[in-house]
Ligand binder design. Structure first.
Ligand code: HEC
Length: 116
């Protein structure tokens, strides 16, 4: 073994030792307490009621981001206001709602909440 080879070998050995030491340090370092806590998120099994085209579209295109309860607890808005709202979901928040479903959904939600 010439000098160059032996110094390369020494480098590899030192690197190996360094990696082992780093791995052991990571293993023995205790996780900070807050990271070990588990949380349970609330689940929602509620859907937009009915089996009309509007209910189906709302269930298909609104529940992917928020719950039925979140929509249900909004103030009572008329169809025109829901049109603006659903279009905002499409435009600002990039909800993949087909254009021809916007009015169907707006009409459905307005009626659901007793406005027209
Ligand atoms: C791609 C995700 C996404 C989809 C799908 C989506 N929304 Fe939203 N929505 C959002 C975000 C983001 C906000 C803003 C939340 C905030 O401000 O905290 C929001 C807010 C709202 C609000 C609160 C008022 C407001 O304007 O901020 C209503 C009501 C609402 N959405 C209704 C709907 C309805 C009805 C549908 C189905 C037609 C829908 N959303 C689909 C993402 C989405």
């Amino acid at each position: 073994m010439n000098h160059k080879q032996s110094s390369r070998l020494l480098g590899a050995v030192l690197l190996g030792l360094g990696l082992c030491a780093a791995a052991r340090a990571a293993e023995s370092a205790p996780m900070p307490a807050p990271l070990r806590k588990s949380i349970e998120l609330p689940v929602s099994n509620r859907v937009f009621p009915g089996d009309s085209a509007g209910a189906k579209a709302a269930n298909a295109y609104c529940l992917m981001c928020h719950s039925y309860g979140m929509v249900e607890t909004q103030p009572t808005l008329n169809k025109a206001a829901w049109l603006v709202e659903v279009n905002k979901m499409r435009g600002a928040f990039k909800a993949p709602i087909p254009e021809d479903q916007v009015a169907v959904i707006a009409d459905y939600i307005a009626q659901l909440k007793g406005a027209h």
